[in-house]
Design a protein around this ligand. Structure first.
Ligand code: F6P
Length: 542
């Protein structure tokens, strides 16, 4: 693989691949050559630094890196998360074909379908009002308490699918900061509120602490006996859920072969299902399944996740770009960049290869972003004229959900396309100067000002376009990014499915609590931590 990476570097330099503007000028057919579609989802990667030679080498890289073999291992339930001895089977959760998927020789589809059916029944009961609160009133508000993968997926997708939201209002509490639950509870009537405690492990301190506060809220307002009517849980740790006191028929399980950041397709999606209804949730799964089938079968040059992953790897380890911006031109995808942050950075932010050796080049990039057009008025300045090259990934629907605001949607599209064009084309000194002199500026002053108005251009971007952000389209988009992360992880030669890096902070926080509470001395900690503990203790009130 290393030889191909080196060849990619020399080829990119020899063919002047990063001069994207020149490539467009030289080839009017560039868009046709470097765009690919899967149904209505189109990926335009013509504004990246690829050419035929680069793509050929990237295809070779996928082949030599064993991406297709690893992909089959994943889909067929091999324990590719080897540091935890687990299969990686979020794809089974949306396996709408129902073909058997074996883990340790056992087909998991019966269990998957049984949980889905139980979720359907529960969601229908809450949505119809058949399942009521302790005082006989229908549920009007659902609060999901979870964090990380047990929060980001449901919160992101519920917001994204707002036009389909016809169930009770949805709220999400994640932060251990008491402000989060306090601000949420302030809005709610205990009699009509359902809490879903979502935690794969049912040990996560943030979730358990917020769950205890929620239980106290119900018990205070309605009495202890009411608790069972106002709680449900989603977890793989069914024994721990039982100990918390949640009734068996309100507990929805999943399995250790579902990673937290890949769990939106499991019972973790329950708040989304209650919001948009089981039928729409089914369409969301259908969209992801369609992408799975595409990823498994399409040849590389037509395979969207493959192309996205290969170009991502090329940006990171051939061209050395260290971040990527996710820029949805869709206000309802507000939390999509945050969702992808966990998906990508928790998966591919690793420093050790599958052989236990330090990663020699780079693993995953920093992922960040905001919806356009807001980002345009905040950080795009740096993307256009800053000293770092930041590959951008735009996404835009042809249609919004507000036909009476068609003009606004067209304006949104125009902004999205204008940004990618500006990033690619830039503005030369001569062009900048000509603009200034055309406005009447004298030659000397124009020479002085023009450099500030130069855009280097050649800044790479990928644009996704699709018809409309339906449940199907959202499921397909998320699965596309999941598989992209997979492709890059295989090429980085890391395990994308564990997250040991999160554990250290968790352990240290648990150890520091008694120190912060003044029950233990800070002596064993470093002088900075001691100083901070002391300063905070000095200001602490009750
Ligand atoms: O942040 C680390 C992590 O382990 C994530 O992978 C996971 O999504 C999150 O914590 C929440 O974990 P749990 O669902 O077990 O509460």
């Amino acid at each position: 693989m290393q030889a191909i990476i080196e060849e990619l570097k020399t080829t990119a330099a020899r063919t002047n691949a990063t001069d994207i503007r020149a490539a467009f000028a030289a080839d009017p057919g560039r868009f046709d050559k470097f765009s690919a579609s899967f149904d209505d989802l189109m990926m335009d990667y013509s504004k990246t630094a690829v050419n035929d030679d680069v793509l050929r080498l990237l295809e070779q890289l996928a082949e030599t890196g064993g991406v297709a073999d690893k992909r089959e291992e994943m889909f067929s339930g091999a324990p590719i998360n080897f540091t935890e001895g687990r299969a990686v089977l979020h794809t089974a959760l949306r396996n709408r074909s129902n073909t058997p998927v074996l883990v340790d020789g056992k087909d998991v589809m019966a269990d998957v379908n049984a949980v889905l059916a139980a979720m359907d029944r529960f969601a229908d009961g809450i949505r119809s009002g058949a399942l009521k609160g302790a005082t006989g009133k229908a549920i009007t508000d659902v609060v999901n308490i979870g964090i990380g993968g047990s929060d980001l997926g449901p919160v992101m997708a519920t917001l994204a699918l707002a036009p389909f939201h016809d169930g009770p209002r949805a709220h999400f509490v994640s932060n251990v900061d008491g402000a989060h639950i306090a601000d949420t509870l302030k809005l709610l009537n205990a009699e009509t509120t359902l809490f879903i405690i979502a935690s794969k492990t049912f040990t996560t301190i943030e979730t358990m602490t917020n769950a205890a506060s929620a239980r106290a809220f119900i018990a205070d307002k309605l009495g202890n006996d009411a608790v069972k009517h106002h709680f449900a849980a989603v977890s793989t740790a069914l024994d721990k859920v039982a100990a918390f006191g949640i009734e068996q028929d309100r507990v929805f399980g999943f399995w250790d072969w579902v990673g937290g950041r890949y769990s939106i397709w499991s019972a973790i999606g329950l708040p989304l299902m209650i919001a948009i209804g089981p039928d729409n949730f089914g369409k969301f799964l259908d969209g992801a399944h369609a992408m799975d089938t595409h990823f498994r079968s399409a040849p590389v040059r037509q395979n969207l996740p493959m192309l996205l992953g290969l170009i991502g790897f090329y940006h990171r380890n051939v061209l050395g770009y260290s971040t990527r911006a996710i820029l949805p031109y869709d206000q309802r995808l507000l939390r999509f960049p945050a969702y992808l942050q966990q998906l990508d950075m928790e998966s591919n932010g690793k420093g050790v290869t599958i052989d236990g050796k330090p990663v020699e080049a780079n693993s995953g990039p920093v992922v960040w972003g905001e919806p356009g057009t807001n980002g345009q008025h905040a950080f795009y300045q740096l993307i256009h004229q800053g000293t770092s090259i930041i590959p951008a990934e735009f996404m835009i629907a042809a249609n919004g959900f507000e036909p009476h605001l068609r003009h606004q949607h067209d304006l949104l599209i125009a902004n999205c396309l204008a940004q990618s064009e500006a990033l690619m084309k830039g503005r030369t000194f001569e062009e900048a100067k000509a603009q200034l002199t055309a406005k009447g500026m004298d030659d000397k002053q124009a020479d002085f000002i023009a450099p500030h108005r130069v855009f280097t251009g050649n800044r790479p971007s990928i644009t996704f376009v699709y018809d409309k952000l339906t449940p199907f389209a959202l499921g397909r988009l998320i699965a596309l990014y999941e598989h992209r992360v997979f492709v890059e992880g295989v090429l980085f030669r890391i395990n994308s499915f564990d997250q040991w890096g999160v554990e250290l902070g968790k352990e240290l926080a648990t150890g520091l609590l008694p120190v912060v509470e003044g029950k233990e001395s800070a002596e064993s900690h470093d002088s900075s931590t001691q100083g901070l503990v002391k300063a905070l203790a000095g200001m602490k009130k009750a």
